[in-house]
Design a protein around this ligand. Sequence first.
Ligand SMILES: [Zn+2]
Length: 441
Amino acid sequence: MELHIAFDDADSPLGQCTTYITYLVAREILSKRLATFLDYPHLIRLNPNIPFKTRGNAATALHLQTTPHNAQKIVELAAETLRENAEHHGKTSPALAVLKGKPTPQLRILYSRALRELVPRAYLEQLLHTGRLGPVNVLPTPHNRGLVGALAALGAYPLKDYTYELLAYRDPRDKTPRKIPATLLKQLDRRYRPLLFATYDYAENRPLAVPHGPDPVLLGLRSLDPRILEEIASHLAHTLPDPKMIIYKTNQATDAHLTTTKTIAQLHPYDSARVKGTIAKPPQTLPRGHVKLTLTDHTGTLQVMVYKETGRLNRLAKLLAPGDTVEVAGGLQPRHGLTLNAEQILLWRPAPLHIRIPPRCPRCGHTMKSAGRGKGYKCPKCGYKDPNAKPTIKTVPRPLDPGLYTQSPRAYRHLTRPPEIRGLTPLPILVEKWIYPPPDT
Ligand SMILES: [Zn+2]
């Protein structure tokens, strides 16, 4: 039978903790030979634009083939690992969702909504109550927090668009700064890019693959080719003092949250969406360098913020002009009505720029000046006036090419697709060594 189990840690302040618990459970399943894995463990990111308190940092899932007898053992093992973790950290345990059989269409819809919207709790409870999600069991958590993430992670399987991430762990009690040399990351980047990506930010001279929080993740390397991660893992296995590593299949770096196009009238708070429209006013640069745009479509007007931190996107925003046709993708915040925080701007058509060239004086050849609205032109040198003189309208090229503009690496979300991997596809291979230490030791 198919068995899918998923975890979400909406309550945990420890960020990546869920991936570590999932790692522990996966290792036990392999060591005890309780199941075969249908695929890599999955790491699922959901809508990054909903408020922190109700957001799952990371949901994870295991996709297994097993017997009914072992399925029971696996569920007990997962629940026990969660309890132990909760005792160690003094925190509420993550949510656990279990599905016996294949994910149902309702679960897929839930995943799709949880990626792009704020899923109302009442909707979720109704789904659970009426049994429409299929043969799903959930481990109750306070206020059902984290349940959306765990259930959505079940519905994400099988992922259509994905990448891979190799996570290396340290002792979860270790809260010291991580000692991963920048030279190692630069070496890996130069050797494997673009199939290995989001490793090092050269503009900011800062590693992207090393987290800063108190979580147990030592290093996270992202790739489209799991064989590269397997190769790096086998190298790290010889150099790390206590190598604990796992390769996840993930919806990270796929822009999965930014695939729905909506009109301005269709937008709701906390949506992640794409909005196509026209720039209505000259961009306004605020004192701290953020740029405010006004976007209109046939249904309304929307304020768009392009924050300074988005780097190259912020610079593009300053160059936009009224009449430009753009498609802005990002998250909707309930501020001044609704504000769209831009993550990408697709410039469809820059409006032609018209400049007015004043006529020359027919008497002395000097450039004339406007005599006021509707009053024609006068010459500042000889005083000649012509109430019927008109300027020449000249169309000049804009310093902008149509195309997709994205954020600088420092503003990347987990789901952000870096431009260097656009157009590339992941390799659908299940490598042999996706977990360290190998289960038979
Ligand atoms: Zn003149």
